[in-house]
Design a protein around this ligand. Structure first.
Ligand code: ATP
Length: 356
């Protein structure tokens, strides 16, 4: 297990890269705790796999250094980094039994056979493969094979980190839920540093202690699920986390008031927007209150999503989503208020402090 330091890492796939836009991974400078469970979350093409491959050693960064427990491993190949990896698609030895597939990383490192048996048995039970331990892998389904890959990633006890690249893509939905919970439990028991790449927010939020949100080659926030929900650092985080995402609308700020269209909204402090060219107000749909008092809206459609309803409205010409309990009546002349403490002000897409 190791602490991971990413020191001024950047990566461009073209040797001729000069401008920031040429870099698939813009500057990343962070320390990830020993034993942490991190999820790299973001849409396709935002640089998750690039960053994961730099950590694993499959890719050498154009700039910067990577350290495991203070030791520079930037120039070490994958095999010498002592990491386990689980990829999106199964990597198994078809002619071996399930047991032998799982035992392979241990026997390769000359682990005593009694310990091999004990560790493999534990993984067999965890992945629900105990009943087929002596079966050859070639007859198994894609999701059973992926469980073997997952198990092989987890079977060693001496790794610096375990890296997962969208490992549950081929697993059926129910098993996905089971494995995700088991991975979380295993993380708590083992204390391994785990890095898990996904574009699925549910997967990231249930697995990780810290979610690393990436956008356009940049890390825009590292935070607990609660922090990402309550205080998104960037409008992208607000929009990407949550369903529906945060409402973001153009605003003007004057002291402790924000103006959206012709509506004045009281803020919890005085935001420091500096010389920003773009100022926006962000409020999550869960913190917009619907009632007979407040600012006028025009209600569009109402979506029933079980215990809650999503009201799609228009506010000062801007789309506004509002989440209300299923049984709440929606007046035809509904008005809204925004919970003051839940309002964020964003200058050029980044959340600013509220001053005094
Ligand atoms: P996905 O979820 O689709 O795997 P990702 O977030 O993992 O996406 P990356 O695969 O890291 O994103 O890609 C980041 C950017 O780098 C993208 O614009 C992609 O087109 C580009 N890229 C990735 N691999 C290469 C490569 N081998 N050569 C050139 N460009 C690449």
């Amino acid at each position: 297990m190791a602490r991971i330091n990413l020191e001024h890492i950047r990566h461009a796939y073209s040797a001729k890269a000069k401008a920031a836009g040429d870099y698939a991974l813009k500057e990343v400078h962070h320390e990830w705790d020993d034993g942490g469970a991190y999820a790299l979350l973001g849409p396709s093409g935002c640089g998750k796999t690039t960053l994961l491959n730099i950590i694993s050693g499959l890719l050498h960064p154009s700039d910067g250094r990577i350290l495991f427990d203070g030791v520079d491993v930037t120039n070490l190949p994958t095999q010498q980094r002592d990491i386990a990896q689980v990829f999106q698609f199964p990597v198994v030895y078809d002619t071996m039994t399930v047991f032998d597939n799982l035992a392979f990383p241990l026997r390769n490192r000359h682990v005593p056979e009694a310990e091999v048996k004990q560790r493999v048995q534990h993984i067999l039970e965890m992945t629900d493969l105990a009943g087929m331990a002596q079966k050859r892998a070639n007859g198994l389904t894609a999701d059973q094979k992926q469980k073997i890959s997952l198990g092989r990633g987890l079977v060693r006890s001496d790794v610096n980190a375990i890296l997962f690249d969208e490992p549950l893509t081929v697993i059926d939905p129910h098993m996905k839920w089971v494995l995700r919970s088991q991975l979380k439990r295993l993380h708590r028991q083992s204390g391994f540093t785990m890095v898990y790449v996904t574009h699925d927010q549910t997967e990231a939020l249930t697995f990780a202690d810290k979610v690393v949100v990436m956008h356009d080659g940049q890390i825009v926030q590292i935070g607990t699920p609660a922090e990402l929900f309550e205080r998104p650092s960037h409008t992208f985080v607000g929009y990407f986390i949550g369903s529906p995402g945060m409402n973001v609308m153009p605003a003007q700020v004057d002291g402790a008031m924000a103006k959206v269209g012709d509506q004045a909204i009281a803020l919890a402090g005085t935001p420091e927007v500096g010389n920003a060219t773009k100022v926006e107000l962000g409020i999550r749909p869960e913190f917009v209150r619907l009632g007979r008092e407040g600012m006028p809206i025009s209600v569009g459609k109402v979506e029933d999503i079980g215990r809650l309803k999503i009201v799609r409205a228009s506010f000062c010409g801007q789309p506004l989503a509002i989440v209300v309990p299923e049984d709440e009546a929606i007046p035809t002349d509904a008005k809204v208020t925004f919970e003051k403490d839940a309002i964020g002000i964003y200058a050029d897409s980044w959340r600013v402090g509220m001053g005094g």
